[in-house]
Design a protein around this ligand. Structure first.
Ligand code: GLC
Length: 490
């Protein structure tokens, strides 16, 4: 189920952001703006007389009807108004794996190749051949963006995409229900989450909501499951599936235990249907019918839509993904913007990317000013800006510790690695295999896919390996919850 109805989705395929009639009515203003903007951005380049339309594959756009979609639409309208360059905004399928299939197919057929492409943070290795190197063209923008973030889109020295929307995994919770059951703050550990989920679930069912569950998460066969399961196993000390030095570490007792724990949630605090929930099904299920107390989602959706909407903000809070016995970790997500190597409009495509990145940076600055005046002293964990990312620089508290999926080390093999991992974890969740056997055969499969060697995860290596932030030991889990110990967006 999508928030955006099917007709909107289909319409999006055919309607460009800039309609011809609109261009006619603002012709003079458009030409003037295009001239001025081109002088600023490309002072030494010739201005094209013909109106150009570029295509933009945006992995976010078709998925929701929140403020995020409006921001995306409005930004493109502003761009067209300023430059005279029309942008055809192409929606993509719902899941990350399907998006990758589509983008790769389009990029490999030169005739259909979109000009600007959203590139998930895990795709640079997979798509590096099809995308051009942006480094020589975006020096100014790159100097403002977090260097680790830039590194996650760089393959063998080539900048495949420029960071645009970064994201991290978070736990959403129902503030009203925590209050109802006497909790002053959300859970810090998986153990606390289990206790709270059971109690709230029993209470809500006793009050008449028979289909209420404690905890929902995306357990369908998709990239969302890789992100969730990686957090579970890092929390227990089970490593990063493949470590940064290429050690295949997934077959270890801590990872196995973390999968078993998640399997145990199903039918206890999570509905059986959780194994068919994709990200957007799960988020819709949490926000709208309100049938669960906790939900593991992504921070950006909250930052962009929930926190400025008082009716939802009063009911839904966001906090760290819970910690296990070893660490607390949140998966890094998000996407950057890349240009197809066979684009025939690279100048215009670069203009669009510059424009979007500048707008994003402006928005982050405005939000950060607003937060420092009005809110608790947070830094935005999803900011791409250099100065906002590093909490050590500004003395602010990080919301979470961020861990990257093993896409850099797996390179072009990442998709196969992730599909194998998803299959193994799901076989445990569905009760089709025992966790130790699933981990052992996954290990063999990863050796076949990558040619790397198996070995143990090194907890000591974890903090050095994470590309953004660190993974550290959590505070010991307290029996009772204490609001002051939490980072919690108001
Ligand atoms: C989010 C993240 C993306 C991740 C996907 C998984 O969209 O931004 O990086 O791959 O979720 O479903």
């Amino acid at each position: 189920m999508r928030m955006r109805g099917l007709s909107g989705y289909q319409m999006g395929l055919t309607i460009g952001i800039c309609k011809v009639s609109w261009l006619r009515s603002t012709k003079t203003a458009g030409i003037v703006c295009a001239f001025l903007f081109s002088l600023i951005v490309h002072g030494d380049q010739r201005i094209s007389k013909e109106p150009v339309t570029i295509t933009f594959v945006d992995p976010e756009w078709s998925k929701d009807l929140t403020e995020r979609t409006l921001i995306a639409d409005n930004r493109l309208k502003d761009f067209t108004q300023q430059t005279g360059i029309a942008v055809k905004h192409l929606p993509t399928p719902e899941t990350t794996l399907d998006q990758l299939d589509l983008v790769r197919k389009l990029l490999r057929q030169e005739s259909t190749s979109p000009d600007v492409n959203g590139v998930d943070v895990i795709w640079p290795g997979v798509l590096s051949e099809e995308l051009m190197d942006l480094k020589p063209y975006l020096a100014t923008e790159l100097s403002a963006i977090n260097a680790d973030m830039v590194a996650s889109y760089t393959v063998k020295g080539k900048l495949v995409a420029v960071p645009y929307h970064s994201d991290i995994g978070v736990l959403f919770y129902r503030k009203d229900l925590l209050r109802r059951y006497g909790y002053r703050a959300p859970p810090r550990t998986w153990g606390e989450l289990e206790q709270m989920a059971v109690r709230i679930q029993e209470g809500e069912r006793a009050r008449g909501q028979k289909d209420f569950w404690g905890f929902t998460w995306p357990g369908a066969a998709g990239e969302g499951l890789t992100c969730n399961a990686l957090e579970w196993q890092i929390a227990e000390g089970g490593g990063r599936i493949i470590e940064a030095d290429g050690t295949i570490s997934v077959n270890n007792p801590d990872a196995i235990r973390s999968w078993q724990r998640a399997a145990h949630w199903i039918g206890w605090i999570s509905p059986r249907s959780v194994t068919s929930l994709q990200e957007w099904d799960a988020v819709n299920d949490f926000y709208h019918p309100g049938r669960s107390a906790f939900y593991r989602g992504w921070a950006k959706s909250y930052l962009l839509s929930v926190r400025d909407n008082p009716s939802i903000r009063d009911r839904i809070g966001m906090t760290n993904v819970p910690a296990g016995k070893n660490a607390q970790a949140a998966t890094l997500g998000g996407f950057g913007l890349g240009i197809s190597r066979s684009s025939r409009h690279t100048t215009e495509a670069l203009q669009l990317i510059r424009f979007l990145v500048h707008q994003e940076i402006k928005l982050e600055e405005a939000r950060s000013d607003h937060d420092s005046q009005n809110g608790p002293d947070f830094y935005d964990p999803t900011a791409i800006l250099r100065t906002k990312r590093n909490s050590a620089d500004n003395g602010r508290q990080p919301l979470s510790r961020v861990v990257a999926r093993p896409s850099t080390v797996a390179g072009e093999r990442y998709e196969e690695v992730s599909r194998a991992y998803i299959q193994a974890v799901r076989s445990v969740l569905l009760g089709q295999s025992r966790a130790p056997e699933a981990a052992a055969s996954l290990e063999q499969e990863l050796v076949r896919i990558t040619g790397f060697k198996p070995g143990p995860p090194s907890r000591n290596r974890v903090s050095k390996e994470t590309s953004l932030g660190t993974v550290s030991r959590p505070q010991p889990a307290a029996g009772s919850t204490d609001a002051s110990a939490h980072q919690d967006f108001k």
